[in-house]
Write a protein that binds this ligand. Structure first.
Ligand SMILES: Nc1ncnc2c1ncn2[C@@H]1O[C@H](COP(=O)(O)OP(=O)(O)OP(=O)(O)O)[C@@H](O)[C@H]1O
Ligand SMILES: [Mg+2]
Length: 485
């Protein structure tokens, strides 16, 4: 690669004869400028043959003119490779100022300062220009070959510098491209690791919940039978008691007709001893309370069954979200009741196609988290539902501690918890996130430190079209299969 492209040279000198001399040296085949030149050339034959491509020489007679040419050449995309600049060009800029300005316009320009004077302030000049690698000094009177070789060497240097710079640019681009690819690959890897961790934790958590569900289902089943016959016997007992009271009233009505005063006194004594009047009042009250108690136990059993959905397979079904929320609230009542009031703000909702027990887990995680966020003061947990087009919205808002901004982006990460060891696994929200995602929905959070937090869950009314994710969600995993048994 020795084809030198840019042979453009600018000469800035206030002496017109110098221009003629340079042209003769650098452009020997250019038409002679004058008859005198032609004669001189013929007589002295002082032309030096150019060994490389010819130079393209431009002339300027003062610094500003030279600067204008440099600026124009750059604008035209034909920069000069080098310039010869005279040191003294009265009345305008001297060589130093000219060079300074030229470099401001084009820092790549190679420059030779030409001077006839032995100037004592060269150090100053060099210090001021501060670009010694692009500057040479040529003392007059100069030899033609000096000029020619300076031009050859500096135009070649300009060319090589250009090539080196563009290679460095390419290299930098290549490095940047490679760095970008590496960081993309790194980000993809991180995302994969994150997703894997989330899936693992989801599995752990759903297995944990599956066994809780199984336990709950077992307990519910065991209680269900005895509570069934207690309830039915209780109904019979109530009607027997009504008969007994009727009978008692008849006996009491017949009492005045008893003739034996001893028997009457004995009956009165007995009535006083057993407190018959009190019994008549209290027995119905006791029956009423017991009946309420039995009804509550039945409700709890029903909630447990609803919550774990033991009586239905883990299959997509149309379900009432409010019913799921209510049964979940009953299950977590003991976690919540001493810490906060629960306010229900329900809208009329359509049934939604979902995996109900999974949505119950979400509600449970959100409500328990809200209860845990309460401080010493009793707070409020508002559960709001809305229908929004083809979606339903479920909001769990609390007046608790709020979440620090630096934690906000991490709360859905598996194992992220701010709770003391043993109190939180940090899996609740990551599991909830996975469940909502499987339902084709989204979950987001807003929080104000010291004021409270609101989680918003948006779920489509209809199950999302089964993609690869949804298919795997619909396929029961080992843990889910266990819940069904
Ligand atoms: N309503 C809330 N108010 C304040 N902080 C919350 C709330 N909900 C979640 N957080 C923060 O997010 C963290 C992660 O919650 P997540 O439910 O995933 O785990 P956890 O509650 O710590 O443990 P567990 O696995 O038992 O649910 C919590 O430790 C808590 O710092
Ligand atoms: Mg939690």
């Amino acid at each position: 690669m020795n084809t030198l492209q840019n042979r453009r040279v600018l000469l800035i000198d206030d002496m017109p004869t110098i221009h003629e001399d340079f042209r003769k040296i650098l452009m020997p085949h250019a038409p002679a400028k004058s008859a005198l030149d032609a004669t001189r050339a013929a007589l002295f034959d002082d032309e030096i043959k150019c060994v490389a491509a010819p130079f393209d020489v431009d002339s300027a007679h003062q610094g500003p003119e030279g600067l204008a040419k440099v600026v124009d050449s750059l604008a035209a995309g034909r920069p000069y490779a080098m310039a010869f600049v005279d040191m003294r060009m009265p009345p305008g800029w001297d060589g130093t100022e000219t060079v300074e300005r030229l470099w401001q316009a084009d820092p790549r320009l190679q420059i030779v300062i030409c001077t006839a004077y032995s100037d004592a302030s060269w150090e100053e000049v060099l210090a001021r220009l501060d670009a010694r690698d692009r500057l040479l000094i040529l003392k007059k009177p100069f030899d033609n070959v000096e000029v020619l070789q300076l031009a050859n060497a500096l135009t070649a240097k300009w060319e090589l510098t250009q090539r080196a710079t563009s290679q460095i640019d390419h290299l930098e681009e290549a490095v940047q491209e490679r760095t970008r690819k590496l960081s993309d690959a790194n980000a993809a890897l991180q995302a994969q690791m994150h997703e894997r961790k989330r899936l693992e934790s989801q599995l752990v958590q759903s297995e944990k919940l599956a066994s809780i569900g199984q336990l709950a289902a077992g307990v519910a089943h065991e209680i269900n039978n005895p509570i069934g016959y207690v309830c039915s016997n209780f109904g019979t007992l109530e009607s027997y008691l009504a008969h007994l009271f009727e009978m008692l009233a008849a006996y009491e009505g017949a009492e005045p007709r008893i003739e034996s005063p001893e028997l009457v006194a004995e009956l009165r004594g007995l009535r006083d001893r057993v407190g018959l009047d009190f019994l008549k009042d209290d027995v119905p009250a006791l029956m009423r309370e017991s009946s309420e108690g039995i009804a509550r136990v039945r409700q709890i059993v029903q909630d447990l069954k609803d919550f774990s959905r033991v009586d239905s397979a883990q299959e997509w079904q149309w379900a009432d979200l409010h019913q799921g929320i209510d049964s979940t609230l009953n299950i977590v009542a003991s976690e919540v009741k001493f810490k906060a009031d629960v306010v229900k703000d329900y809208a009329t909702l359509p049934q939604i196609e979902c995996l109900p027990s999974q949505l119950n887990q979400v509600v449970m995680n959100l409500v328990v988290n809200a209860a845990h966020a309460m401080g010493c003061e009793r707070g409020r947990i508002t559960i709001r539902t809305r229908a929004e087009g083809d979606d339903v919205l479920l909001e769990v808002a609390d007046t608790g501690s709020g979440i620090a901004p630096e934690n906000l982006s991490r709360i859905f990460d598996p194992f992220f918890t701010t709770k003391p060891v043993g109190q939180g696994t940090g899996l609740g929200l990551s599991l909830s996130y996975g469940i909502v995602k499987n339902h084709g929905g989204r979950i987001d959070v807003t929080s104000q430190l010291g004021h409270g937090t609101t989680f918003r869950v948006v779920l489509p009314v209809r199950r999302p079209a089964p993609g690869p994710d949804a298919l795997s969600a619909a396929r029961p995993r080992a843990s889910e299969a266990a819940v069904r048994d």
